[in-house]
Design a protein around this ligand. Structure first.
Ligand code: SF4
Length: 292
């Protein structure tokens, strides 16, 4: 298999076949992200993709799930994604889901008809990094789309019967805004009905605008206590039947999974027990987190 540049996938795709179709991230401008900072965006040729599939077929008896690498692989036009999906199905007829990271603007650039055609080719379960439903925070994070666009495009995915996982970050709105951030996320989640919710936690990485702003005092990070309150507010206000809470990212202080609303009470209990256990000093602190 040929892999170029840094390769990232959600922790939950550890069992998926990773097939590279793009290198880097076409957006590459988010205020907090260093994942592909030094990587020039490019696309992989269909010939190389086919070679990788032939190699993978020899290696794996059965592949039910394929994750298309890299940072925003859904940036490929429908006319490029369709032959890729067709080749995956040719070599792995048993495949159930072809998934990848998707940026809101990648959805916007496709027609409703194209989205439906991609769904028929088993493209589904897209990982969409929305990060926050908080209007000002979204603008600050420089995601390249606004709140209205996020809402409209996520709804278009639903109309095309493409499931998605809403990626978000606790603490995205900074200190003093945790409750607002939770309520704004809950509102967007409830309006767009994702299949899953995958939280990480905002963390300043050297080389980013966020890092500079934290060091100059322009952006103040939320304390751990506030992050826990934000989590509770989110659980109290999210209302989507069967929503999978996929919280086991290494960057999160309290990593766990849940199905909502079934596990709402249990999830809030887990957070409250942590609050009781860690003590005041820790709640007031801003812990150093794993980088992404
Ligand atoms: S967060 Fe995602 S969209 Fe933003 S720069 Fe990083 S990889 Fe690209």
């Amino acid at each position: 298999m040929k892999y170029t540049g840094p390769i990232y996938r959600p922790p939950y795709e550890a069992g998926s076949l990773l097939l590279q179709v793009t290198v880097g991230c076409a957006h590459n401008k988010c205020a907090f992200c260093t994942m592909y900072r030094g990587t020039q965006f490019s696309t992989e040729s269909i010939e190389q993709v086919e070679k990788d599939l032939q190699e993978a077929r020899k290696l794996h008896k059965s592949v039910k799930r394929v994750f298309l690498v890299n940072g925003d692989a859904f940036v490929l036009s429908a006319s490029r994604l369709k032959p890729i999906a067709e080749k995956i199905i040719k070599y792995f007829p048993e495949v159930e889901v072809i998934t990848m990271y998707a940026h809101i603007n990648n959805i916007k650039s496709k027609t409703n008809e194209e989205l439906k055609e991609l769904a028929k080719l088993r493209i589904n379960d897209l990982w969409v990094g929305v990060e926050t439903g908080h209007k000002e925070a979204l603008e600050y994070l420089n995601k390249g789309f606004n709140l209205e666009e996020a809402k409209e495009q996520l709804k278009r995915l639903g109309d095309a019967e493409i499931r998605f996982i809403y990626g978000m970050m606790y603490g995205a709105a900074g200190i003093g805004n945790g409750t607002e951030n939770a309520l704004a996320n809950a509102e967007l989640i409830n309006a767009t009905k994702p299949m899953g919710l995958a939280p990480t936690t905002l963390n300043p990485n050297p080389g980013t605008k966020l890092w500079d702003d934290v060091n100059s005092g322009k952006f103040k990070l939320a304390t751990e206590g506030e992050i826990f309150e934000e989590m509770i507010t989110l659980f109290e206000n999210v209302d989507v039947e069967g929503l999978k809470y996929l919280g086991r990212h290494a960057i999160n202080t309290i990593p766990f999974d849940a199905i909502l609303p079934r596990d709402k009470k249990k999830a809030i209990e887990i957070i409250n027990k942590t609050v009781e256990r860690v003590g005041e000093d820790y709640l007031k602190s801003i812990p150093k987190r794993h980088t992404i």
